[in-house]
Design a protein around this ligand. Structure first.
Ligand code: DGJ
Length: 695
């Protein structure tokens, strides 16, 4: 006997079938099935054969594969009882609760009656994201070693998988790994999302590109470190598991749940996944205190002054930043305790009266008079051994006495209620005494060991602060992009994508991050002329346009700008402000560039009436003149007016006359997608900006 359920929207169908009351298998996930295919027939049709050397029946690759049912790959659940003995549950159907084909809860009970496994699925018909989560309940406390979110199959017609690595100043590096027998296993034991381990996977089918073909996308929305298992079984079937990194629950408990796994099928390339993730983050995950307020242009003083805070100087910087177009001034690290460098004072969250004798008000008032709002930096989960709070409460630090420090600091134990209470009070004292609308929330070291209770503690603190200060936005930073995931984005409004303000690095990092992140949450700042983290010198035009691709800001010392540089920055900032409303709802489409030296994207308005293309020249090209750049998702029959916005940037070595160099042109969507736009020759480290309007 079988039971079956479907999760479906206009794009995709996911069919789950359970036999003999066992946990169900996802027997189909792909393009929406037409009416008429019966689940029982699909199930029978998809049964794999059996030959020599195999068991007499193929064990189920269920949503939580069980070793007790002869499954020989990675199980979906590993646990022990309170005494440490392995528990080997066998789950049987108990109940199902469905809300049409949009939401489903499947409840299964272990034969002993002591364990309940529940899988939750929901599909969003607008964004097409499927959210899946597993919950395990026990009648007595048990130790959890591993619990996967509901296990999904990976397609057979895929040769490779894409996941993400990175480092400080080099986030979102793409790894392509060939599928082969065995496991691709990512385990992040750093205790935070990490630069190195963005928790996601893309499985493109053979031949899929950014703009064409089928692809499957997965993201695990959790900030404490994850495990991913992408396994090909000896019979060729493939499973994808995502959960918290293994063994990060230290206490025996009666309830565990995974974070949400966000999954999507796309039949129009990796961009189909990207658009779903971007929209889901923007419209379902992030909540902006004042949704109608356009994203303000930021100024952040970190790379201008570091720890050297001096009120008259900061006021002058603020004045110049406002003149450039900034609308929010963010005071970074160095305003509290005796924080003169990064060896001390974390946790001493009281204004440093040596630097601010009359408190923060003189600076905040000045910033407000300039028409900007005020933001401030905290690194709440951290403590320096050289701090008054540590001297009073050394037991508040997480991990052993003799642990290796990171940036001379320890993490606080966020599972301790008194630690959270202390932080709430200190942060509250600053927020309630001042008109502050923004926190840059940093996290500059990995944990001494992964601990799920730490992440839950951090989430609880942020949630409490957000309830008390609903108008304060929060930026998630962890030495740049060390804590970017949909779990943290549930409670924050922006991510500091990278500590690299090197526009060239940023161009690539932004490009890859756009598979998941919309413009509105992705911070991008114009850095100093000589980049502090790479030593590269870059032209202000390139720096400005790269920042204008996302949520724009400035981070250089504005006193270093020449008049010409300031004018460029003002110009690009004016452009960004004039366009930010539609850009905030646009889809970022990664273009397939025929020239690997060009990293290009098209931001297409929600109504399809306009777009902007950013074509960044990251390197010199192999061929001598630019290859045409094909656009995407236009109406082939419509006509578009195309204009090279910064055509005055063409250099003397560009001697020919591609039409765009001298005037706007009108072309069909078909031509623009099939042949592409032909751009003038350019130097590396430059950006062409092309605006398009549907006629
Ligand atoms: C690391 C962040 O990524 C930087 O932007 C800056 O806020 C420093 N921490 C401050 O210590």
């Amino acid at each position: 006997m079988i039971r079956s359920w479907r999760i479906e929207d206009s794009r995709q169908s996911m069919v789950l079938v359970s036999r003999d009351e066992h946990l169900p298998e996802v027997i189909y996930w792909g393009p929406r099935l037409p009416d008429g295919d019966e689940d029982a027939v699909l199930y029978a049709a998809g049964q794999l054969d059996v030959t020599g050397g195999m068991l007499d029946l193929n064990p189920e690759l269920s949503i939580c594969p069980e070793a007790t049912r002869s499954f020989q790959g990675q199980p979906g659940l590993i646990l022990r009882d309170g005494e440490g003995h392995p528990l080997l549950p066998k789950f049987c159907f108990e109940a199902a609760e469905a809300d049409g084909s949009d939401a489903l809860a499947l409840i299964y009970r272990d034969q002993s009656g002591e364990l309940t496994y529940t899988a939750h699925f929901a599909i969003d018909p607008q964004t097409h994201i499927i959210t899946a989560k597993a919950v395990l309940q026990a009648s007595r406390p048990v130790h959890l070693h591993w619990l996967s979110a509901p296990v999904l199959p990976a397609p057979q017609m895929a040769d490779e998988m894409i996941d993400f690595a990175g480092r400080w100043c080099g986030e979102f590096q793409i790894n392509r790994t060939a599928w082969s027998a065995g496991i691709r296993y990512r385990e992040n034991r750093t205790g935070r999302t990490g630069h190195e381990h963005f928790p996601a996977l893309i499985v493109p089918e053979r031949g899929a590109t950014n703009t064409r073909g089928r692809a499957y996308g997965f993201h695990y929305g959790w900030s404490g470190g994850h495990r991913m298992v992408a396994e090909e079984l000896p019979d060729g079937r493939r499973q994808i598991q995502f959960g918290h990194a293994a063994r990060m629950e230290y206490e025996a408990m009666t309830r565990f749940e995974t974070a949400p796994l966000y999954a999507v099928f796309s039949d129009d390339g990796i961009n189909g996944c990207a658009v779903s993730f971007q929209r889901h983050v923007r419209d379902r995950i992030v909540s902006f205190p004042k949704a109608e307020r356009p994203r303000p242009v930021h100024y952040n003083c970190w790379e201008a002054v570091y720890f050297d805070h001096n009120l008259p100087e900061l006021k002058e910087i603020a004045t110049r930043a406002a003149a450039l177009g900034a609308e929010r001034f963010v005071l970074d690290d160095g305003w509290f305790g005796n924080r003169d460098d990064d060896t001390r004072a974390l946790s001493d969250w009281e204004v440093d009266r040596r630097k601010y004798p009359d408190g923060l008000d003189p600076l905040i008032d000045h910033v407000h008079e300039l028409g900007m709002t005020f933001g401030i930096w905290f690194e709440p989960e951290m403590i320096n051994p050289d701090s008054s709070v540590y001297r009073a409460h050394p037991d508040w630090a997480l991990g052993s006495e003799d642990q290796i420090l990171g940036r001379q600091q320890k993490a606080l134990n966020m599972a301790m209620p008194e630690v959270r209470e202390f932080l709430y009070e200190r942060i509250s004292a600053i927020l309630s005494a001042h008109d502050i609308d923004y926190i840059k929330w940093d996290h500059n070291r990995v944990l001494p060991m992964p601990d799920a209770a730490q992440t839950r503690g951090s989430y609880a603190l942020i949630d409490r602060l957000r309830t008390a200060y609903p108008n304060v936005e929060i930026e998630s930073c962890a030495s740049g992009g060390g804590r970017i995931d949909f779990g943290i984005l549930h409670r924050t409004q922006r991510v500091w994508l990278s500590d690299s303000n090197d526009a060239l690095e940023r161009l690539r990092i932004q490009h890859n991050a756009a598979i998941f992140l919309p413009m509105v949450v992705t911070g991008s700042h114009v850095g100093p002329r000589t980049c502090h983290t790479s030593g590269r010198q870059m032209d202000i035009r390139f720096r400005a346009w790269v920042a204008a691709q996302r949520h724009m800001g400035f981070e250089m010392d504005p006193r270093e700008l020449t008049d010409q540089e300031a004018a460029v920055l003002q110009h690009v900032t004016r452009w960004w402000k004039a366009n930010r409303t539609w850009l905030a709802r646009a889809d970022i489409l990664r273009l397939e560039s025929a020239d690997p030296a060009v990293i290009a994207e098209q931001q297409l308005a929600e109504d399809g009436q306009r777009f902007v293309v950013f074509a960044g020249k990251a390197d010199t090209s192999a061929q001598i003149v630019p290859r045409p750049l094909c656009l995407t998702r236009l109406d082939p029959d419509a006509r578009y007016r195309i204009e090279l916005l910064n055509r005055e940037d063409a250099v003397g070595l560009s001697r020919g006359m591609p039409a765009l160099k001298s005037e706007p042109i009108e072309l069909s969507g078909q031509y623009l997608m099939a042949h592409g736009i032909t751009l003038p020759w350019s130097f590396p480290e430059t950006m062409w900006v092309i605006e398009g309007t549907r006629l």
